[in-house]
Design a binder for this molecule. Structure first.
Ligand SMILES: Cc1cc2nc3c(=O)[nH]c(=O)nc-3n(C[C@H](O)[C@H](O)[C@H](O)COP(=O)(O)OP(=O)(O)OC[C@H]3O[C@@H](n4cnc5c(N)ncnc54)[C@H](O)[C@@H]3O)c2cc1C
Length: 372
């Protein structure tokens, strides 16, 4: 019997789509090397992106995380850390036929003999991540420590979405690739403190991030014992352009296997969860879109943003995020959401640009339109 849909890969994008399709009565085959594995990354989304998911999927909440650059900017928007096991339970695979396998492109295409629609949700690197990957990459190194041990790092904030201040460096005006501190509660009286390089090509090595995090935290008064002997550790590698290649022929790509990732933030989970509902609806009607996430004008604007991030100096990056911090809350949301349309995104980018000092504007223009 032909299935209605075959989904290859059961990360957030694939699982959400498989679950939403099954709920709408479609017959679904799902393939993954470890279909029952609980996801390990610390996934964060904004509270207003939770959609119809139950509150049980929330592991921790920060009511008003801050952005810091030259100034301090409360973001006035609640941020959630997800409980991955609960999120997977909220996206049940009842009635879905599960197959344990790792498929290459040809095998994904061959599934068209078994299903009317084949969806690639194998993530950005279906053949595995390589340390010498030249693509633009977000990298981060984080430690989990008891909340009281993290207090000194937060310097009065409840949580830090991005703290761009440069105490990761011994120099007053460093010129190396800029990084920021991400500091969020992860539940059970613990905080994740993560040194993050938003985008670099190739990605900033994790060893550098570890050294920067240590320097930053010690300089803020965090105990060396908490830094060197944390409760847990996390390493992040996110290819900023997703797979960066067309999906196998005749196959739809969702999540980071396609264009589901945000090219400026590296986030994809909220978009994948939301997109799965609409895509399942479309498939249940018998329609098949040409592309799950088309290369539209908004996506091209985000690519311009990524180009700028890859080329800006430390000072230029701080100026850019200072401009972001000064935006009204609604405009900040437009920049961070993968679902924002081109007109709103262009207005937001212009809003950031307009408030920047002339020298920073000039650098941003050069970074955006200049040669590689
Ligand atoms: C540590 C970390 C933290 C992150 N934090 C956030 C965050 O806070 N918020 C956010 O929005 N994003 C975050 N991201 C970025 C991004 O959203 C995640 O990478 C997200 O997991 C992408 O979801 P996905 O379903 O597209 O792909 P993946 O999560 O990569 O899932 C791919 C699935 O396909 C399977 N698979 C892989 N290869 C094959 C194959 N050949 N055959 C069959 N199956 C295969 C895998 O087993 C996996 O189950 C984070 C990433 C990392 C690494």
């Amino acid at each position: 019997m032909m299935k209605d849909v075959a989904v290859v890969g059961l990360g957030p994008a694939g699982r959400a789509l498989a679950s939403r399709c099954a709920t709408r009565g479609l017959s679904v085959l799902a393939v993954d090397p470890r279909p029952d594995a609980v996801w390990t990354p610390t996934y964060g989304i904004w509270a207003d992106e939770l959609g119809d998911l139950p509150s049980a999927v929330v592991r921790a909440r920060a009511a008003n995380p801050e952005l810091r650059s030259f100034g301090v900017h409360p973001l006035e928007r609640a941020y959630l850390v997800l409980d991955n096991a609960a999120l997977q339970a909220a996206l049940p695979l009842d009635g879905v036929e599960l197959r344990t396998a790792r498929l290459d492109d040809a095998q994904v295409t061959a599934l068209r003999r078994e299903a009317r629609v084949v969806v690639d949700a194998r993530g950005a690197r279906p053949a595995g991540l390589r340390t010498d990957d030249p693509a633009p990459m977000q990298t981060a190194y984080g430690i989990v420590v008891p909340t009281e041990a993290a207090t000194a790092a937060l310097q009065g904030a409840e949580a830090l979405l991005m703290d761009w201040r440069t105490d990761w460096s011994e120099h007053e005006r460093p010129t190396a690739t800029p990084t920021f501190l991400y500091a969020i509660p992860v539940g059970e009286g613990r905080m994740l403190l993560e040194e993050t390089c938003l985008a670099a090509a190739p990605g900033l090595p994790v060893a550098d991030l570890r050294a920067r995090l240590r320097r930053r935290l010690l300089s803020r008064g965090v105990a060396a014992s908490a830094v060197d002997d944390p409760l847990d550790r996390e390493v992040v590698r996110i290819p900023m352009r997703g797979r960066g290649a067309a999906p196998p022929s005749g196959v739809l790509a969702v999540g980071t296997a396609g264009r589901g990732g945000h090219r400026i933030t590296g986030y994809s989970v909220a978009h994948s969860l939301r997109r799965a509902c609409a895509l399942a609806e479309t498939l249940a009607r018998g329609d098949v879109p040409a592309d799950a996430d088309p290369l539209d004008a908004a996506e091209r604007l985000r690519e311009i943003g990524l180009r700028a991030l890859l080329r800006l100096s430390t000072q230029g990056t701080l100026e850019l995020f200072e401009g972001f911090g000064r935006l009204p809350a609604a405009r900040r949301r437009d920049l961070l959401s993968r679902d924002t349309g081109a007109a709103d995104l262009a207005r937001t980018m212009w809003g950031m640009f307009a408030t920047m000092p002339t020298s920073a504007k000039a650098e941003l223009v050069r970074a955006t339109v200049g040669r590689s």
